[in-house]
Design a protein around this ligand. Structure first.
Ligand code: GLN
Length: 468
């Protein structure tokens, strides 16, 4: 079975009985077993056989959709009913999900086969998947390197051909940055385009669930399946209200933001090459000035920990997973949290509670929210002049395992180009754009106005053809 086939090609094969859903799923499961040492998969789902039978039945009865029988892997912070879920944290040890996330229900309705859960940074905090209680995931392209994070498992799974599709979450870059590091496509949808019901919250005003795939079209298919309004998530927006105006061939580049310290020269050379390719294809490049996005990372590291500290308060050693008994309930609470949370999660909870404390709330939290409004406005103004904004996805290619674990600030900079889209709530996609001198993939990031995912898919598919 050809492991590089697209969703459409697999669908055609299944329809024409070239192979059965069972044979397809077994070939992916075989690869997962053979490459266990990459530490990409946490657990394989316990009900795969039932899923396979019902998917095959839909082909036999003629009710199959494009996703019927297609294997999909799920990040370990999205709930699948009756399957374990851990957000790669010790504090959720032994916990089983009691309901399906909306995105999972939609996948099941389409007949997709959920294969299992992928490794990640604990509670989605990180850029390398090194903050996982299950141990680091290795990048399939070079096993001495990280796959990026926090959805490193879901990105590596596509690169290692463990499934044609996977889901991740993106709060500050956790879909796009690992997509770039693993040479696959990853989309962070518009805030409100995909329901967050059943996703374990990190920063609720920033989080979005989104798709990974080998091609832009595969990602588009998965996005169209999981998106839409949901009564369980009041921040989701109805199809009819998701308007996007017609676009032209103008691409904005915030050059002063990109050409900065810490951006690898090879990344810039590759970026310029892709700009030349797009110019030759008839796109007009506009140098845009966006002074406020320079502050996006600082704003993120105020707002995100504040939201983290309140979201993670629910893990008290009583309601979910791990419980370390103490003399009083407050003691149980403290002991369970101290034992269950890893160092990065503890750091962010401390930061967040500090930021939200009485004396500092105005100085930090409120100030960061004001700058967030400026950043949103800056995007709106930029999109009056151009259709999409182009940047590299990350300042470097995949770094070595252990290279950045000693200095959290150095790790945070990995998200410099991806965080602004979360702050503004706009959609952004990372698409592979060639390789560096070590054979490591580069990622190119296109950003569009709210609910203009289609614009990203259209230009993304054109770009894929141009660089082939
Ligand atoms: N790497 C960023 C962080 O550590 C983004 C994480 C994410 O998008 N979930 O917060």
């Amino acid at each position: 079975m050809n492991e590089t086939k697209t969703v459409q090609e697999i669908h055609t094969d299944l329809t024409n009985r070239i192979y059965s859903v069972r044979q397809l799923v077994d070939s992916y499961l075989g690869r997962i077993e053979d490459k266990k040492d990459l530490n990409i998969i946490r657990d394989v789902c316990t009900d795969i056989d039932e899923q396979v039978v019902s998917a095959q039945k839909r082909f036999d009865e003629g009710t199959a959709t494009l996703l019927t029988g297609i294997p999909v892997l799920i990040k370990d912070n999205i709930l699948i009913k009756n399957q374990k879920v851990g957000a790669a944290s010790k504090i959720l040890e032994g916990y089983t999900a009691t309901y399906n996330a909306t995105v999972i229900q939609k996948l099941l309705n389409a007949g997709a086969v959920l294969l299992g859960r992928t490794n990640m940074d604990e509670f989605a905090m990180g850029s390398s998947t090194e903050n996982s209680a299950y141990g680091v995931t290795k990048n399939p392209i070079d096993q001495t390197r990280v796959p990026g994070g926090s959805s490193g498992g879901s990105a590596a799974a596509i690169a290692a051909h463990f499934a044609p599709l996977s889901l991740g979450t993106d709060t500050g870059g956790s879909i796009r940055q690992p997509a770039a590091f693993c040479g696959v496509v990853g989309l962070k949808p518009t805030y409100g385009a995909v329901s967050r019901y059943g996703a374990i919250s990190m920063g609720s005003s920033l989080d979005q669930i989104g798709p990974f795939g080998k091609t832009v079209h595969d990602v588009e298919v998965l996005f169209n399946t999981i998106s839409g309004a949901d009564a369980h998530d009041a921040t989701t927006i109805n199809e009819s209200n998701r308007v996007c105006t017609a676009s032209d061939k103008k691409i904005g580049i915030p050059y002063s933001f990109i050409k900065r310290d810490g951006v690898n020269p090879e990344v810039l050379t590759n970026f310029q090459k892709t700009v030349d390719i797009l110019t030759d294809a008839g796109y007009e490049i506009v140098d845009i000035s966006m002074p406020y996005i320079h502050y996006a990372l600082s704003v993120y590291y105020i707002l995100m920990p504040a939201e983290v500290s309140s979201n993670l308060a629910r893990f008290d050693g009583i309601r979910y997973g791990l419980s370390v008994p103490g003399k009083t309930s407050a003691d149980t609470f403290a002991k369970s949290r101290a034992t269950g949370f890893g160092p990065e999660v503890r750091r962010r909870i401390l930061l967040g509670t500090y930021i939200l404390s009485h004396g500092y709330y105005d100085a930090y939290y409120n100030k960061a929210n004001l700058v967030r409004e400026k950043i949103k406005k800056e995007y709106a103004e930029a999109f009056e002049k151009v259709s999409v904004i182009l940047t590299p996805t990350a300042p470097t290619t995949a770094f070595k395992i252990g290279e950045k674990t000693k200095d959290p600030l150095e790790m945070y900079v990995a998200d410099i180009f991806t965080v602004p889209a979360n702050i503004a709530g706009v959609p952004a996609i990372s698409i592979p754009s060639g390789f560096d001198s070590d054979g490591l993939p580069f990622g190119l990031q296109f950003t569009a106005p709210h609910f203009c995912e289609q614009r990203l898919f259209d230009i993304g598919k054109e770009f894929e053809n141009l660089i082939q």
